[in-house]
Design a protein around this ligand. Structure first.
Ligand code: AMP
Length: 216
């Protein structure tokens, strides 16, 4: 039995390849369970030009490579220092990060969103984002009313620089090499719950919510 059984503040690590829907589902988790959404990708994008002793995050992100562990670990340590529960999105991305996390905190459940490679490429290369309010769209599956314009705030939509097809393929390769061992790690520890991420966002959320409710 987990030490936190019955806790109202679940500690959730959401795993899945880039484009699996972790951001969308983390927002649902944040709202339903009242825990902060901690996303290393957003934190790094907000600080992409900050000089560190390893260079700037941008240099790695533009190529689809992982930002060095010390930079990312510090972001997560800071974010977790003043909260009990959380949903972690985009971290840990390699086994060293998983070990660092285990030193900081226990986790209650690790849902894993499974999506095949071609579907990931379709989702990511078609994604468009609003630079002003952060709304997300897809040119085919979730197009704005007026092409290239945000429904929410009217700003011109952009494509993330790492959503071009060649960088997307590299991000998936980096995921397979570094993050699949993390999936195996949590599968072996019994914390992993597999969810079919190819269903609609609503169907994924239903399964995910049930899985989290059953685990906490
Ligand atoms: P994401 O928004 O999660 O797709 O992350 C975008 C990019 O940020 C990744 O391709 C990496 O370059 C970097 N990044 C995000 N999270 C991590 C992490 N935990 N470790 C290393 N790099 C990361």
């Amino acid at each position: 039995m987990s030490e936190s059984q019955g806790s109202n503040d679940p500690r959730i690590v959401l795993l899945g390849p880039p484009g699996a829907g972790k951001g969308t589902q983390s927002a649902n988790i944040e709202e339903r369970f009242g825990v902060p959404h901690v996303t290393t990708g957003d934190a790094l994008r907000a600080n992409r030009d900050v000089e560190t002793e390893h260079g700037t995050p941008r240099e790695y992100m533009e190529e689809g490579e992982l930002v060095p562990d010390p930079v990312v670990n510090e972001i997560v340590a800071e974010a977790l220092s003043n909260t009990q529960g959380f949903v972690l999105d985009g971290y840990p991305r390699n086994v060293d990060q998983a070990e660092y996390l285990a030193e900081m905190t226990a986790v209650d459940v690790v849902p894993f969103l499974q999506v095949g490679e071609e579907e990931l490429v379709r989702r990511l290369t078609g994604r468009r984002v609003c630079p002003d309010c952060g709304a997300n769209y897809h040119v085919e599956f979730d197009a704005p009313d007026e092409e290239g314009v945000c429904d929410e705030c009217g700003a011109e939509l952009t494509q993330r620089e790492d959503d071009s097809e060649d960088v997307v393929r590299e991000r998936i390769r980096v995921y397979e090499e570094n993050t699949e061992p993390v999936v195996t790690h949590y599968r072996e520890s019994g914390e992993l719950i597999e969810v079919d991420g190819e269903q609609s966002p609503e169907e994924v959320w239903e399964k995910l919510r049930e899985a989290i409710d059953a685990a906490i």
